[in-house]
Design a protein around this ligand. Structure first.
Ligand SMILES: [Fe+2]
Length: 467
């Protein structure tokens, strides 16, 4: 008999796990799903199978994939857990055995066993569907049935973990990514990898970051790779002493390493910036001797404490959309910053055919200034050509997921297509999948797909076009 979930903000409301798998072959559709939309939208997020053991964190739940197969104006839905080693062992035991954010609390029987949660992102590359979580190797799923296929390490070529935020180069088809803590838990080692368009790992390189930290994401351009190191530090000594493994140490500052795509990691040039945290960039590109990166920037890392365990300042948990400029020919290693929007924003995306290139259209979840991380109740579209932001706002207590862009066709102009996003309807305690016209985000959705189950708040998703 499964034990009740404890009282915890990330186990309540739309953070509460649904703890079940389901299949709905033909969802109710309001409006009309555009005929050009043919493929599958996958979304990953945490859904703890059992009441957590030890300290719980939003990032610590078992990965669950929600898939929406869309074709001929219809949507078939299914959701499946990622059946990781952890999931299988706990399923057999009928209780949690691992404590992902407080390993001292794990059951001794699972010491040294792979503890991947595979709960953060899901990408389609090299004809494989990979569920990702930054502490471990990818986990492969069947793209149609969501059957768990097991760990995938690129034919044993990958050593160490892989970020949940690889970058797909739209011109070469390559997948670029890194893994942090690559020299062991809380080490400052970072490994950089390139996988070619066919899924073969062709390059691995290594560098030491200024200190051990949580490196959630990075950016690449046609010409450069940028590794941002923020002062959300990791410390084994702190964890062994019962203090937070990851904590906010602003005195260490922000360091951003830049190297040419054709250079080795020993060529990294380090820029410095005020202490801040970025979970997610929207895009980056190179213009001559300048590199630009558009990111959602927090004044301090949200969701993580100070080194003594006290919580961070709740008034600094909003991210603002900013542009960073790095002058490679300049005499300073400081970053120039310009704010692009004054709302609280997260989960930025773009028309990914422009990844690493100059671009015009970006999409993101947002909330009115004063709202906090939990209150992202609008979808924004920024037109970088004009700076204008259009938004579609939902109910005050509703919540939107990361909006993803799908082009109308492979050769459609940038931004000509659709935005897909999940919306939690708080008053009814259920979820919809919305399909919006990417050029008219503030208009009525083209289609609202009424989902038979609530989809808990999660992290990231991607589209796989139909063959
Ligand atoms: Fe993320």
């Amino acid at each position: 008999m499964a034990a009740p979930m404890p009282k915890h903000p990330h186990l309540r409301g739309n953070h509460a796990p649904i703890r079940m798998e389901s299949t709905a072959p033909d969802c109710i559709v309001h409006g009309e799903i555009p005929g050009e939309l043919r493929g599958t939208f996958y979304r990953n997020g945490p859904d703890p199978q059992f009441a957590p053991r030890g300290m719980h964190h939003w990032f610590a739940g078992d990965g669950m994939i929600h898939a929406f197969h869309i074709e001929n104006g219809r949507c078939a839905y299914l959701n499946r857990w990622v059946r990781t080693k952890k999931w299988e062992l706990e399923h057999a035991a009928g209780e949690a055995l691992f404590s992902p954010f407080d390993p001292m609390q794990s059951d001794p029987s699972v010491a040294g066993i792979d503890s991947t949660l595979a709960n953060t992102n899901i990408v389609w590359h090299g004809k494989r569907l990979l569920a990702l979580e930054e502490g471990h190797a990818p986990f492969e799923m069947d793209p149609i049935t969501l059957e768990s296929l097991g760990e995938w390490t690129f034919n044993d070529a990958l050593v160490g973990p892989m970020t949940a935020h690889p970058k797909l180069d739209p011109e070469t088809g390559e997948m670029l990514f890194f893994g942090y803590n690559a020299g062991g838990p809380f080490s400052p080692d970072v490994r950089y990898h390139v996988v070619d368009k066919d899924g073969v790992l062709t390059r691995s390189d290594h560098f030491l970051a200024p200190f051990s930290s949580m490196v959630h994401d990075f950016v690449t351009t046609r010409d450069h790779v940028l590794f941002p190191i923020f002062p959300l530090t990791g410390s084994l000594e702190r964890a062994m002493a019962g203090a937070p493994a990851f904590a906010w140490e602003p005195d260490k500052g922000t360091h951003i390493g830049i190297m040419g795509r054709d250079e080795g990691c020993d060529a990294l040039r380090w820029f410095e910036h005020d202490p801040c945290y970025v979970f997610h960039p929207m895009n980056a590109w190179t213009e001559g001797e300048k590199v630009f990166a558009d990111v959602m920037k927090y004044e301090q890392a949200p969701l993580f404490p100070n080194p003594d365990g006290t919580p961070g300042d709740p008034d600094k948990t909003e991210a603002k959309f900013v542009r960073w400029e790095f002058d490679l020919a300049g005499s300073t290693n400081r970053v120039k910053e310009t704010q692009l929007d004054d709302w609280n924003g997260e989960f930025p995306r773009l028309d990914e055919r422009r990844t690493g290139l100059s671009y015009r259209h970006g999409y993101f979840a947002c909330g009115e200034p004063g709202a906090r991380l939990k209150a992202l109740n609008a979808i924004g579209h920024i037109d970088h050509a004009t700076g204008a932001v259009r938004r579609r706002c939902f109910g005050r207590d509703d919540g939107v997921s990361e909006p993803i862009f799908v082009p109308r066709s492979a050769d459609a102009a940038e931004g000509d297509g659709f935005v897909l996003a999940l919306v939690y309807r708080a008053a009814e305690n259920r979820s919809d999948l919305l399909i919006l016209d990417a050029q008219a985000i503030d208009a009525e959705p083209l289609a609202r797909i009424e989902l038979p189950v609530r989809v808990p708040y999660g992290f990231h998703g991607n589209w796989r076009p139909a063959a």
